[in-house]
Design a protein around this ligand. Structure first.
Ligand code: AMP
Ligand code: ZN
Length: 431
């Protein structure tokens, strides 16, 4: 594989040297923003004492609440009139936070994204269709600019309108798509209905990300569309997509350590976890001019995968995001991650595209109800068959999450769908 840029194959030592230089520049820049100049002063930080990545733990964390408190522009290193663009988070867990970009920021972001796409084999000859929402959400313009930077013919299809998406795919013989996993599954129903077989289409590669998904979901997407699907990780606070991305080996996402300094911490204590253990991902931007972020707590739970990737890139690999340190469900004193439920459901062949976890309260007792779509061919009249399936799902769930959940079987495609990120948990306990 050819390299997209010189940073892609830097050694660990090379990366460390670059990180040290870029960290010092970043801190000097950050100190020019009203927010960080105040924060550094309050914490008595001597920036001259920070010489490289090993000193990072002397610096305070930045949280989503800090971003909100600095709203709209107290984290900017220069006046807003010097900025070129702004984006906001999709509000996955609350009100929007805003990120500003200078011209150089937009430019280096496009390069990072192009590097990701190039790594999995996207080339200028490819035709690329971006099926994610445009507007403030970074999955639109962020990936769009990356594809254009590579030189692909780029179709900004946006989210939704399944029939039109499929027509564009066929008419322009699109070879590469960017799609949210839940929408990929949703679209597959229309695809089947209208008879768009993989042969009619010319798809090779899908970039899938923006929401947690399991290996089983990836495989379903690969099978249904006849392509290779690569996990793409990013968050608007860190530009958007282009932070970490799978290589062709599909065994964890290389985080681009020339642009991002990653740490994994115990969300309770804030201390680094032992090598290879799961914790919360914390990232410091190393290239950003307009709005650098220092030790930003992403709330995403993951771990560094041990060992060297066969591709020989030294940028460390993140495991699939397991969930967020703030989406954990506590039910009857038991901690549950929605991903655990998904893992069980997707391992059952009769289960269809969609599910919903509903948390309810009966008297003083919390209950979990899981509404599960059943594939059409299994949704039979015979109650005994369905009852047996229900019992099987319930018992498999109990093994995984230690809770007896009520299982409602519903018809395929009957649960409400969103064209953005899927809403997997409905908490009715305090309503
Ligand atoms: P936003 O800032 O609106 O783009 O949301 C970013 C969040 O989406 C991240 O912090 C993650 O929680 C989630 N996310 C993004 N990409 C992935 C991925 N590949 N796998 C799992 N979660 C993801
Ligand atoms: Zn690799």
């Amino acid at each position: 594989m050819t390299a997209y840029c010189s940073e892609e194959y830097l050694s660990r030592d090379g990366l460390r040297q670059l990180q040290s230089i870029r960290l010092r520049t970043t801190l000097a820049r950050a100190a020019r923003s009203p927010f960080y100049s105040q924060r550094f002063a309050e914490c008595g930080i001597d920036l001259n004492a920070i010489t490289g990545p090993d000193d990072i733990t002397r610096l305070p964390f930045t949280t989503k609440d800090d971003l909100r408190s600095a709203y709209p522009d107290r984290m900017l290193t220069r006046p807003a009139s010097d900025m070129l663009r702004l984006h906001a988070s999709s509000g996955t867990t609350g009100s929007a936070t805003v990120i500003y970009y200078t011209r150089n920021d937009v430019d280096s972001w496009a390069d990072l994204m192009a590097r990701c796409m190039h790594m999995v084999g996207v080339r200028p000859e490819d035709t690329f269709q971006n099926m994610s929402g445009y507007g403030l959400f970074t999955g639109g313009l962020g990936i769009h600019y990356g594809a254009e930077r590579l030189g692909c013919l780029t179709i900004p299809a946006g989210a939704g309108n399944s029939k039109r998406q499929l027509k564009l795919l066929e008419d322009f013989q699109v070879s590469v798509i960017h799609i949210i996993p839940s929408y990929a599954l949703h679209l597959s129903a229309t695809k089947e209905e209208l008879g768009y077989t993989p042969e009619r289409l010319n798809l090779r590669i899908a970039l899938i990300g923006a929401e947690p998904h399991t290996e089983a979901i990836r495989q379903r997407i690969e099978d249904v569309y006849g392509l290779k699907a690569y996990n793409s990780y990013g968050l608007s606070e860190m530009n958007g997509p282009g932070v970490a991305f799978e290589c062709v080996h599909q065994n964890g996402m290389h985080i681009w350590e020339d642009a991002y300094l990653p740490e994994i911490i115990d969300p309770e204590t804030g201390e680094h976890v032992a090598e290879g253990e799961t914790g919360e991902l914390v990232i410091t931007t190393l290239c950003r001019e307009g709005m650098p972020l220092i030790r930003y707590r992403t709330r995403d739970l993951t771990r560094f995968l041990p060992g060297q990737c066969p591709c020989t890139r030294a940028h460390r690999r993140l495991d699939r995001i397991m969930g967020r340190s703030d989406d954990m469900i506590i039910l009857k004193g038991v901690n549950i991650y929605p991903m655990q439920v998904e893992k069980v459901l997707m391992s059952i062949p009769e289960v269809g595209q969609n599910y919903l976890i509903v948390l309810e309260r009966e008297g003083y007792l919390d209950q979990m109800r899981v509404k599960v779509e059943v594939k059409e061919e299994f949704f039979v009249e015979d109650m005994r068959v369905l009852k047996a399936l229900q019992a099987r799902i319930s018992s498999r769930l109990r093994d995984e999450i230690l809770i007896t959940a009520r299982v409602d079987l519903v018809e395929n495609n009957s649960l409400p769908k969103s064209e953005g990120k899927a809403q997997r948990v409905l908490d009715l306990r305090n309503g």
